[in-house]
Design a protein around this ligand. Structure first.
Ligand code: SAM
Length: 397
């Protein structure tokens, strides 16, 4: 190995170490340090990014949360509000691309986790892969890919909207991903995938999330890998866009073209109490028995009261004696016949916790009735590397 190559390798390792120390999207840490990115989980639908600093505070409708408490905690901890009037809490979570997609500042429509995970595996993106992406948008999918390609991989992402490009570049820098992701300001449909960094793109995966991918596809030929298979995914919300994309893919020699739609349904798993028919029958019998008991008791009491009233009518000392006797009978009835224990195999009327001992449970799963709204159609294809003509073949004739 030449000296130059060894120096290059050393630089790459140093660069990799630097990134690993600074990017929470590439490496997990339990400790929260000042100015680290922390994702505050308020509710299922509300996660907010915060950067804790000494003596700072995070104010929400659930109360105020002191940055000093967050800094003294580990990622994953539940933090209580410091407000005397609000007893809310938050969870301070470690950043991941999945959580980031739920909390990032939206500048555009974004790719969410169900699509992102499917695309990453279909494009065979793995540690070290070189990827081309356009447009960058809110850089949601860029984060997901950056975590997968890691410090040995590269992502060239293109965005023609200047402000979006600047915000994305700043965000990627702040997240310690600038060495993995090269953000470029440019129109890929007009000018192709031209970039200023001077690197060889040699990409084996391409992701196009823009309105007219058919205008960008012909420009790919010069920037994709010459030695490996290149896989592409175009993310388009309308079928007309899919049709135009397929036409241009076919024209440019892309193979195995396939359109996929990811439909996401949430599955819920929980324990359900087992209710046997014989218990149900016995419970009905018990209710009937108890009702009859109640009726019999009531009739006995009424009869007894009537008898007392008749007695009292005969008595000279009428009014006061009647009241006293009524009271006596009521008390006597209550104490004489305490109601028998209820047959209650399912804890009806009690507060039973799922899986509580003393009851029979079975594990069940339930699927959400409604599909989440349509996001986009995914068009996949691959392009083999150009055929190499061997020198021997040329020399043959
Ligand atoms: C839907 S957004 C991409 C969202 C992104 N995939 C994410 O997950 O955050 C599409 C972006 O493509 C950009 N765009 C559209 N046409 C473009 C072009 N010809 N060259 C570069 N960027 C383009 C738009 O400005 C927009 O920001």
């Amino acid at each position: 190995m030449s000296e130059e190559n060894i120096t290059d390798q050393k630089l790459a390792v140093e660069e990799a170490c630097k990134i690993q120390q600074t990017s929470h999207f590439l490496e997990f840490s339990t400790v929260i340090k000042e100015n680290d990115l922390v994702l505050a989980w308020l509710t299922r639908d509300n996660t907010k990014p915060i950067r804790p600093i000494k003596d700072g505070a995070f104010h929400t409708r659930f109360g105020s949360f002191q940055h000093n408490t967050i800094l003294a905690s580990k990622y994953g901890t539940q933090i209580g509000s410091s407000s005397s009037t609000q007893a809310g809490f938050i969870h301070v979570l470690h950043p991941t691309p999945e959580l980031w997609s739920l909390s990032l500042p939206h500048r555009t429509q974004i790719v969410y986790t169900p699509d992102a995970s499917y695309i990453v595996q279909r494009l065979r993106i793995r540690p070290g892969t070189h990827v081309i992406e356009a447009g960058t948008g809110s850089a949601s999918f860029t984060h997901a890919m950056a975590r997968t390609v890691g410090v040995r991989g590269r992502i060239w992402t293109f965005e023609f909207h200047e402000q979006r490009f600047q915000l994305a570049a700043k965000e990627l820098e702040e997240h310690g991903l600038a060495s993995v992701v090269k953000a470029t300001h440019g129109d890929v449909c007009k000018n192709g995938f031209t970039h200023s960094c001077g690197d060889t793109l040699d990409a084996s995966a391409v992701f196009l999330d823009l309105p007219a991918p058919w205008e960008a596809i012909p420009h790919l030929t010069t920037v994709i890998s010459k030695s490996k298979i290149t896989r592409i995914c175009c993310f388009s919300p309308c079928m007309e866009q899919v049709q135009r994309t397929i036409e241009i893919l076919q024209k440019n020699g892309w193979l195995d073209i396939e359109m996929v739609e990811v439909s996401c349904k949430r599955w819920e798993a929980h324990k359900e109490m087992v209710r046997k028919p014989e218990d149900a029958i016995e419970r009905l019998r018990d209710i009937k028995r108890r009702r009859m008991d109640g009726l019999n008791k009531r009739n006995a009491r009424v009869d007894a009261e009537r008898a007392t009233l008749n007695l009292s009518a005969d008595n000279a000392d009428t009014d006061s004696a009647t009241d006293t006797d009524r009271g006596k009978f009521k008390k006597a009835n209550k104490s004489e016949s305490p109601s028998s224990a209820e047959f209650n195999p399912w804890g009806k009327g009690k507060r039973i916790h799922e899986g509580e001992e003393g009851y029979e449970w079975k594990n069940v799963s339930k699927v959400e009735a409604e599909l989440k709204t349509h996001t986009s159609y995914l068009t996949f294809a691959y392009l083999p590397p150009p055929m190499r003509v061997h020198e021997e073949t040329i020399n043959c004739d």
